[in-house]
Design a protein around this ligand. Structure first.
Ligand code: 13P
Length: 340
């Protein structure tokens, strides 16, 4: 393991005013997103769409420190034949790769899932590194409902995350550790706080037992937020306050950085929350974004699969990237949205 290199990459991922573009939608997820905009999910359409994002020079150079890719994309070439990974590197951003194999129902735990993909992961990491990846992502999914999460599901998922992280570091890849407590359902923000705290405490205990070097990883957590169907949803100040409180209680300052997932928040909500959290600094770690939907929703809608919309879609992506880059420094203002 090359410790210095891992730390250098982890720090670059959370560099000031920069964050991650999560473009690692699996085949099923990207098909759902394309269905919503009336685009057929073919290999070429997926390539054209993602190439459009990676060619948004201002965003890639100034705000996007790294891009999480799906297996198909890391092997794909742009229309002109240049590998997409090279396109990303040349823009000054770092290529990353989703290495989990998605979720399966967990035995004897109705309604709960386990993330798979540990078998053979070491060999896959070596291949991905040769293809240009310098960091990886693994997402564990924790749902809140009556009687869940269970001790079993929570501990099994945390253990898998920690095993993944250790394998990554052993293979000189920076692990993004993503335990996502879903915001589906009708639970209130305090239930989200309690479960997020339990998840993070367990994950960091397991990371310790798997001997993971905290300086060479990035945490990708959910924010502490009311369920989407909650009767009364907590406002932005409470979300920022409780999110920061749980993180300070659970995440050692040695961790290189924190990059939130957006998890179904609207584009602007995700920006507002990140901004407020950064305004509550000084913080023990850099706190930024690793957004999928909250960065892509607008450009995807504008693009709608039409070549003539590419420039407008790139402007939409550049705008959201800029807004989140400012939020990562606590410098976002609502007027900037209107101005655009
Ligand atoms: P969202 O920001 O859309 O939640 O996606 C982030 C991600 O990478 C989920 O694994």
């Amino acid at each position: 393991m090359n410790k210095d290199q891992l730390i250098k990459i982890a720090r670059a991922i959370v560099a000031k005013g920069k964050g991650i573009l999560a473009a690692d939608e699996s085949s099923g997820t990207i098909k759902r997103r394309f269905d919503a905009i009336g685009v057929e999910s073919t290999e070429n359409n997926r390539r054209d769409y993602r190439e459009m994002l990676f060619r948004t020079t201002s965003a890639m150079k100034n705000q996007i420190s790294g891009v999480i890719l799906f297996d198909e994309t890391i092997r794909q070439n742009a229309k002109d034949g240049k590998p997409l990974v090279q396109l990303i590197s040349e823009s000054g951003s770092l290529p990353g790769i989703k290495v989990d194999k998605g979720t399966k129902p967990l035995p004897f735990c109705p309604g709960e899932v386990i993330t798979e993909g540990l078998d053979g992961l070491g060999e896959r990491l070596d291949e991905y590194r040769k293809l240009g990846a310098v960091f990886a992502k693994w997402r564990a999914v924790i749902d809140i409902d009556n009687g869940i999460p269970s001790y079993t599901a929570l501990n099994t998922n945390a253990h898998a995350l920690a095993r993944y992280a250790a394998l990554c570091q052993e293979h000189d890849i920076v692990p993004i550790v993503e335990p996502e407590v879903l915001m589906d359902g009708g639970h209130d923000i305090d239930r989200c706080y309690a479960i997020t705290e339990w998840v993070l405490k367990t994950v960091f205990s397991d990371l310790y037992y798997q001997r993971v070097m905290l300086e060479g990883m990035v945490l990708k957590p959910n924010m502490v937020i009311s369920g989407k169907k909650a009767e009364k949803r907590a406002g932005p100040d409470e979300v920022a306050d409780k999110t920061l409180r749980v993180l300070k209680n659970c995440v050692p300052p040695a961790v290189s950085g924190i990059a939130f997932l957006s998890g179904g928040q609207s584009d602007e909500e995700a920006t507002v929350h990140l901004n407020l959290i950064n305004q509550m600094g000084p913080l023990p770690w850099p706190v930024t974004f690793s957004y999928g939907r909250a960065l892509q929703h607008e450009p995807q809608t504008v693009w709608a699969g039409k070549a003539e919309n590419v420039a407008a879609a790139q402007r939409a992506f550049a705008h959201r990237a800029r807004m989140n880059g400012l939020a990562a420094q606590g410098q976002w203002k609502h007027d900037l949205e209107k101005a655009a």
